[in-house]
Design a protein around this ligand. Structure first.
Ligand code: HEC
Length: 242
């Protein structure tokens, strides 16, 4: 008797689950709007470049984004945008702007669901301001080309591709004196239009004698020093530092 009831309950729950995923797969449920969800995502992940005065066409308003909606869906689903330019999983970075699977799904639902604006403009988030201060401050760096061995310790905060030919791929590693090899960054099919810094999730201690490999002699990479490390004795006499 009890078993029978439970079986019925299970069947019902299963049916519900199937209906629910079915609805989600067809873009059903609450519809996604520009005012409520998409503007927030775009301000957060795209507007640093896609704004008036930025490096690419503006996506700041519904009227900017609506005519490009299919292009946006395509760029986001193929993970062409936001551009990153490095192989995932090789090093971890705190400024990785990649969208989560849920965020990609949100864009897809918005476009497939009719590119809706929403009828309550008060749902719109505050327009972000981009001042000079929000662009990354360039900290003193060691500029390297070719294979380089550090004569002094360095607390590495990140890397900036300073000069890399378009289309090149560079797999940059740090070989520590104790034999460990730390992945730094693997630039892939480099595109100068999307040039940006790669800021490490955690500063990396590179002792004296560390060799940085993977930078061809015709490319130039800047090593960013941890800002808290600037007073380190001897850090100013690394050859080529400035
Ligand atoms: C680091 C800067 C940057 C970020 C962040 C960025 N873009 Fe772009 N995007 C560009 C540049 C530069 C272009 C090329 C513009 C041109 O050719 O005029 C571009 C091109 C595009 C294009 C047209 C070309 C293509 O590949 O389809 C779309 C659509 C696009 N971006 C959407 C987005 C969306 C959506 C986001 C956020 C999820 C985003 N972008 C984030 C820099 C960026």
């Amino acid at each position: 008797m009890l078993l029978g009831a439970m079986k019925t309950l299970c069947a019902l729950l299963l049916l519900l689950a199937v209906c629910w995923t079915g609805a989600a797969a067809h873009g059903g449920g609450a519809s996604v709007t520009w005012n409520r969800e998409v503007s927030r995502l775009v301000y957060d992940k795209c507007a640093s470049c896609h704004r008036p005065g930025g490096t690419a066409f503006s996506l700041m308003t519904y009227l900017d984004a609506q005519p490009r909606a299919n292009e946006i869906k395509d760029a986001v689903l193929s993970r062409r945008m936001p551009p990153w330019g490095a192989i995932k999983g090789f090093g971890t970075f705190r400024n990785d702007q990649s969208l989560t699977q849920d965020q990609i799904e949100l864009i897809r639902r918005w476009v497939d669901g009719g590119i809706r604006r929403g009828n309550n403009p008060r749902m719109l988030p505050k327009v972000p301001e981009f001042t000079e201060a929000t662009s990354p401050v360039r900290r003193p760096a060691r500029r390297i080309a070719g294979v380089v061995t550090l004569l002094n310790p360095l607390i590495l905060d990140g890397l900036i591709p300073e000069k890399v030919a378009p289309g090149r791929s560079l797999r940059i590693v740090a070989m520590l004196p104790d034999g460990r090899v730390e992945p730094l960054v693997w630039l892939h099919d480099y595109d100068t239009r999307y040039a940006h810094a790669f800021l490490l999730r955690k500063p990396l201690h590179l002792p004296a004698g560390t060799t940085i490999g993977g930078v061809p002699s015709d490319s130039v990479i800047d090593l960013l020093q941890d800002p808290n490390d600037l007073g380190l004795p001897g850090s100013s006499d690394i050859p080529g530092s400035f």
